[in-house]
Write a protein of this length. Structure first.
Length: 197
């Protein structure tokens, strides 16, 4: 079991391989969140997203790539899943939350993906009910308290961390979107969502 604390474009994240159930449980204990609370998945490339999800033939992949640069988590319906994702990830939800931070635009993610072969769970680094951590100092202190934890430091070419949670847009199996959580680029994302499929 290994847990990772890593930077994202929004706030610090904590996660583990999506196939490591014990690490998943441990992260819930650390954050003091219910064991059945769904978590998002961080994928390194759009190719990985396509490997796990059978997106509609009409998908505009250029637009999808642009959307992932706008601090967003996209919820894809379970019906689109074509590669098995453990049920404890989405835990009763009708969709799977996906983030995609390509190594080309965020070098620290490349370091993270060298440590983990495959998608990693992605949830904010904080205790339940508290604000997500945005400070590297606090993130390092948090990591020191966790057994079997690997800290991934930010790199000079990483984009600045916005300090706000990602926007959450979920799609139904017809490709219609619903805003679940707002974010910095919500208007642009909602406009893109109308043209994505």
């Amino acid at each position: 079991m290994n847990i990772y604390i890593y930077p994202t474009d929004t706030v610090w994240g904590i996660g583990a391989s999506i196939y490591d159930f014990q690490a998943h449980l441990r992260i819930g204990e650390i954050k003091k969140t219910p064991a059945d609370k769904p978590v998002s998945i961080l994928m390194p490339t759009l190719k990985d997203v396509q490997e796990y999800f059978n997106l509609p033939e009409t998908t505009n992949f250029v637009l999808l790539k642009e959307m992932f640069k706008l601090e967003v988590t996209l919820g894809f319906p379970l019906q689109w899943m074509q590669k098995e994702i453990p049920s404890y990830i989405f835990s009763g939800s009708s969709w799977v939350g996906v983030r995609c931070l390509e190594p080309a635009s965020m070098p620290s993610i490349k370091c993270l993906m060298k440590e983990v072969s495959g998608p990693i769970t992605s949830t904010s680094l904080n205790y339940s009910g508290e604000a997500p951590i945005t400070s590297e100092v606090l993130a390092r202190e948090f990591a020191k308290k966790i057994e079997n934890c690997t800290f991934i430091p930010p790199l000079p070419n990483d984009p600045p961390m916005s300090g706000q949670s990602s926007c959450l847009l979920c799609f139904d199996d017809q490709g219609a979107s619903k805003l679940i959580r707002s974010g910095r680029f919500v208007k642009r994302l909602q406009d893109c969502a109308k043209r994505l499929f």
